[in-house]
Design a protein around this ligand. Structure first.
Ligand code: NAP
Length: 552
């Protein structure tokens, strides 16, 4: 799987903490990222792992977590941060989220600059990450305020449980008294941090964030800005920069892990002996082979056909294809497969790949050289069952040295035989790569989409609403989100790959089986749901004190 390739690449990168393109001079000049633990900035031992500018290969920072006392940091978060947060009401905590959003909105250009230097993001890519995080914080500030001065949630109202009508039951959510460990992937250092933190802080659970080391600079600077602004109570927000070390060994009852990353790492976390024994609650957001499906009736030149082509190209190139939700499998009716492939290829040929500092660049590099190698290896695996339908000839990135930059050209493949191909449904190539799979019948199209083994998102493009309804039923069990696009919303939807805070994010099976966001529903992960049983009077009182997240 793609994750396995990713792990091999990472060990090459950080085996001695030095990336392949790094020089000693770069590393000496680079910023050392400290961790914020127990309300103190702390540096790990040694220089640790190098963070690079993927356009040039220069080292821009380094991070080490070696020797940091994570056990003590967790205790501080639980005892100081958790207690202070839980004294506040939901509405007060929502207000803090609004202040965080404001503090982050000011230096927005600075975040874009870091995203360019450490992630190779164009401005448009950085906006998805940075503005996505500010928007998510604002959203939770707004809907959290509606929970008012409560300290608990309720799920419905009291219900009669026995012959005696006075004996009743009520489901109540009590905020957890542990720490929320948020482990994030490299591709969204800002959004990954804040979409989790927003929900956790609103619930009253302190955040311990562990960004992916390779792009942790942005996360660290953002946390630093929020700490400096003095918005949160002490201990409410911590960040660990560098490898996770013994992080999982110190978790206990009341703590939770929200993980985003590859399926392989997710499996290791879930299978960790201590986590299993302690039954620590784990939410996994893992990798996913998402698809876009063009309806059987869509003809070249129709609105749905054009929207479909545009979306595939956008998903392949936005953030250089490094989105967990990106379209990897492109399902088209066999009768229009050539036309669809040609249209996608024509649009890809106009994409300018190069240094994101140049305003005409549409697509930057992938995150680093090891990741470039992983993507190239992934393409080679796809090529065992698919032919290249588009890749630029004599590829040369704009304003960049191809030997030092982590550039991969947009690459479209087309399977030789959709029924036989299996590697396409198994290998996640985390880059600007997608594969066209022609289908003969509607049932075959649904079966192909389901072969991703559980995906985060699929988009179906059709002008036939009966077909869209059938797709919803057929794909619902294997997907976390379905976009059903007819021409009336072709221009107004935010994009196949965009995660909205009001909608649930996550997917079954390979995608991890997790659920994040989904408006106030997301709060339940950070609460213990308790079945309270008592007299009518006692439970009515409890019900009055608890907020109903489903109330308007
Ligand atoms: P990764 O290699 O799995 O790493 C993810 C995070 O896990 C990093 O912070 C990493 O820290 C940490 N980690 C690694 N080993 C660990 C361990 N034994 N215990 C605790 N933490 C550990 O993934 P990635 O390469 O950063 O991200 C790309 C993958 O993420 C892709 O497969 C993509 O599909 C997936 N993704 C999924 C979603 C989603 O919402 N479903 C969103 C974005 C990305 P270090 O960096 O220090 O190793």
């Amino acid at each position: 799987m793609g994750g396995a390739l990713g792990r091999a690449a990472r060990s090459r990168e950080t085996g001695d903490g030095i990336s392949m393109a790094t020089t000693v001079e770069d590393r000496v000049a680079a910023k050392v990222l400290q961790s914020y633990l127990g309300d103190k900035w702390q540096a790990g031992e040694g220089r640790g792992a190098a963070l690079v500018n993927p356009t040039t290969g220069e080292t821009v920072a380094s991070a080490s977590s070696q020797g940091l006392d994570l056990k003590a940091a967790f205790e501080y978060s639980r005892n100081v941060g958790g207690q202070a947060l839980r004294k506040l009401t939901y509405a007060q905590r929502a207000e803090l989220l609004g202040k965080i959003a404001d503090a982050l909105a000011g230096p927005r250009e600075q975040w874009f600059e870091i995203a360019r230097k450490n992630s190779g993001n164009t401005k448009a890519d950085a906006a998805i990450d940075v503005d996505g995080s500010i928007g998510t914080l604002k959203y939770f500030a707004k809907i959290g305020a509606k929970l008012g001065d409560a300290h608990m949630l309720r799920d419905g109202g009291p219900m009669r449980l026995a012959k005696d009508p006075n004996f009743q039951g009520l489901h109540v959510g009590v905020p957890l008294d542990g720490v929320a460990v948020h482990i994030n992937a490299f591709n969204f250092p800002a959004w990954g941090l804040w979409e989790k933190a927003a929900v956790s802080l609103l619930a009253g659970v302190p955040v311990f964030s562990k960004p992916a080391t390779s792009t942790s600079w942005l996360a660290q600077e953002m946390v630093s800005a929020v700490i400096e602004a003095g918005i949160l109570p002490e201990g409410a927000l911590s960040i660990l920069c560098g490898s996770p070390n013994d992080l999982l060994d110190h978790l206990r009852l009341g703590d939770v892990i929200a993980f985003t990353g590859s399926a392989d790492t997710g499996e290791r976390i879930r299978g960790h002996e201590h986590i299993g024994k302690q039954n620590i609650r784990v939410n996994l957001e893992a990798d996913s082979l998402n698809s876009a499906l063009l309806g059987p009736e869509a003809q070249p030149g129709s609105a749905e056909f054009n929207f479909f082509v545009r979306e595939v190209v956008r998903e392949m190139t936005s953030k250089t294809g490094q989105k967990c939700t990106a379209i990897r499998r492109v399902l088209v009716p066999a009768s229009v497969a050539t036309a669809a492939t040609d249209a996608i290829a024509a649009a890809l040929s106009k994409v300018v790949v190069g240094d994101p500092a140049n305003a005409i660049t549409n697509m930057g590099p992938v995150v680093n050289m090891p990741q470039r190698k992983t993507v190239e290896e992934g393409i080679a695996r796809l090529k065992t069952q698919a032919a290249v339908a588009y890749a630029p000839e004599n590829f040369a990135p704009l304003d960049a040295d191809p030997a030092r930059g982590a550039f991969v050209p947009p690459t479209l493949l087309k399977v030789k035989d959709s029924r036989q191909a299996d590697v396409i449904h198994d290998v996640e190539v985390f880059g600007p790569v997608a594969t066209v799979l022609p289908y003969a019948t509607q049932d075959e199209a649904f079966a192909l989409a389901r072969r991703g083994g559980g995906s985060l998102a699929a988009s179906v493009f059709s002008g036939d609403q009966a077909f869209l309804a059938e797709a919803a039923a057929a794909l619902g069990t294997t997907h976390g989100r379905l976009m059903l696009i007819d021409a009336s919303i072709g221009d107004s939807h935010p994009g196949h790959g965009i995660v909205l805070p009001s909608c649930m994010h996550g997917g079954p099976g390979r995608a991890g089986g997790g659920e994040e966001l989904g408006g106030l529903h997301g709060l339940w992960f950070y609460h213990q749901r308790v079945a309270m049983q008592g007299s009518t009077g006692t439970l009515s009182k409890l019900a009055e004190q608890a907020a109903d997240p489903r109330a308007e």
